[in-house]
Design a protein around this ligand. Structure first.
Ligand code: AMP
Ligand code: MG
Length: 484
């Protein structure tokens, strides 16, 4: 494709009650800061065209493609446990949906990860083009509708890494500096992030629909989600129960993958949890440096609600909120619906444990058939005690000879670990916190190299040692800020 894409508007068509037609704010002097050319090609977009004024107009929403109908989406959400009935796209727009790629089908380009996710999220077809930082909408409440360059580049970097690590995620197509100024604690350059996702349906979308007390809307929303993400349940005897079970399964698998790579999302509110099972909303997120399950990065998470080790429990809490929203679709009798939902949610634990344990064993070159299945958990305890750097530790394990690990290493070596499995499973390069900060402080010098390095995380690259090493001592406790 050489010009503007044709976008579909299934969301706005199926769910007009959740869509407010809206236009992006003008951008004084748009300039591309980052563009994922491979993703553009996957979507059938010509990267050269995206750099033209019309292309920039698409990426900032200021020149919507002909016939398109950008909308702000309504949703609700529990934020840090407290319910907000009306959040919605306060500074974002859904431009529309791509229905096919250049070769007529969506593919994944994941080059790693211990289990390929097989591109599940887009099985029903379609990918949203969504803009963040495109101006105030009717959902803006007190906000200015804008985003600063730093946080948008952060989302760009981290979501590219997640994709390369084989973790289901929304993807960043581009970051465009607007040429305008955003006022936070200080004046900052503004930007728009163009994001691509299987959809932007969230747990909070269902909470919003349920709160309208319109059973038809709730059903249409569920049918829309099933068609897009879980078409295989459409014909089942209990499609809505099976839909819920499928979301539970996807999320259990996703959270286990986060845990295996040391990813801390930082703000797992119900509006930041997708129905598709993709990671969404990279705000105060970060990867573990030293292994400490209590790690919290977000400056606003004072109680540690979203600490690394709490993520599986929080995911289940959020999924319980989804179940509450779905109850009228599960059974006519409320008590029956509650029983069905409770049993379905209970499936989370087994799925999570399987992915987590299998993945952890793969990290040390073993399979669940090993004679010592608990050996991986023992290693985590030692790593915690010794304050090991989570990412580099596994990659270096074959050459390790540190005293506190000696007895463990002897037992492990006797099991005959598969080193090539370890090398396919354990990344060398992740967007380490100090490297992300360095790239955000001076993108002109550091951004491209960092993105290139983390985009093939399992392959050793010459001259990139500093990208694989732990944060220099004295870097202190890393804090991320939600001031996006
Ligand atoms: P987030 O923290 O990005 O998940 O956003 C939570 C909610 O706040 C969503 O409803 C956003 O649309 C809204 N929001 C965040 N920042 C702004 C802003 N600068 N202007 C308007 N709405 C915003
Ligand atoms: Mg959000």
């Amino acid at each position: 494709m050489t010009g503007a894409p044709q976008l579909d508007h299934r969301f706005a068509r199926d769910l007009p009650e959740l869509a407010v037609a809206w236009r992006a704010a003008p951008t004084p002097a748009p300039r591309i800061l980052a563009l994922d050319e491979a993703l553009a090609a996957e979507l059938g977009l010509d990267p050269a065209w995206l750099r033209t004024p019309d292309g920039l107009g698409l990426l900032t929403g200021t020149i919507p493609p002909e016939g398109s109908q950008p909308v702000a989406q309504a949703y609700a959400g529990h934020q840090f446990g407290g319910y907000s009935p009306r959040l919605g796209d306060g500074r974002a727009l859904l431009m529309g949906e791509f229905t096919t790629t250049n070769d007529g089908a969506f593919t994944t380009t994941d080059d790693g990860g211990f289990i390929d996710d097989g591109g599940f999220a887009t099985r029903g077809g379609g990918r949203d083009l969504h803009l963040k930082g495109s101006g105030r909408t009717p959902f803006a409440r007190g906000g200015d509708g804008l985003a600063a360059v730093g946080p948008m580049l952060r989302e760009y970097i981290v979501s590219r890494a997640m994709h390369a690590l084989g973790i289901p995620t929304t993807r960043a197509l581009a970051v465009v500096a607007t040429g305008g100024t955003v006022y936070r604690e200080t004046p900052l350059p503004g930007a728009v992030l163009a994001r691509v996702a299987a959809s932007h349906l969230r747990v909070g979308t269902f909470q919003y629909a349920r709160a309208t007390d319109d059973p038809d809307l709730l059903r249409r929303l569920a049918d829309h989600a099933i068609a897009r993400h879980y078409p295989e349940v459409a014909g089942s005897d209990r499609p809505y129960l099976d839909f819920y079970r499928a979301v539970v399964a996807r999320q259990a698998d996703l959270i286990a993958r986060w845990m295996l790579t040391g990813f801390v999302h930082g703000v797992m509110n119900t509006d930041n949890m997708t129905i598709s099972g993709e990671t969404i909303d990279y705000g105060p997120c970060a990867f573990l440096d030293v292994f400490d399950p209590a790690t919290v990065f977000s400056s606003i998470d004072e109680g540690g609600r979203y600490a690394y080790r709490n993520q599986p429990a929080i995911a289940q809490w959020n999924l319980a909120r989804l179940a509450e929203a779905l109850l009228p679709l599960l059974a006519t009798e409320q008590s029956k619906a509650v029983t069905l939902a409770t049993d379905a949610l209970a499936e989370f634990a087994g799925i999570y444990e399987t992915t987590w344990h299998t993945g952890l064993l793969a990290k040390i070159g073993l399979t669940p058939e090993t004679e010592e299945p608990k050996i991986a958990f023992e290693l985590l305890e030692l790593m915690h005690q010794e304050k090991s750097d989570f990412t580099s530790f596994f990659r270096r394990l074959p050459d390790l000879s540190d005293e506190p690990f000696t007895p463990w290493l002897q037992r492990w070596r006797a099991l005959g670990p598969d080193i090539s499995l370890m090398n396919r499973t354990n990344p060398i390069y992740i967007p380490r916190n100090h490297l992300v900060e360095e790239a955000l402080a001076d993108p002109g010098t550091h951004l491209d190299t960092l993105v290139e390095t983390i985009s093939s995380p399992f392959q050793e690259k010459d001259g990139r040692t500093r990208y694989s090493e732990a944060a220099p001592p004295g870097s202190g406790i890393y804090r991320t800020f939600c001031g996006t």
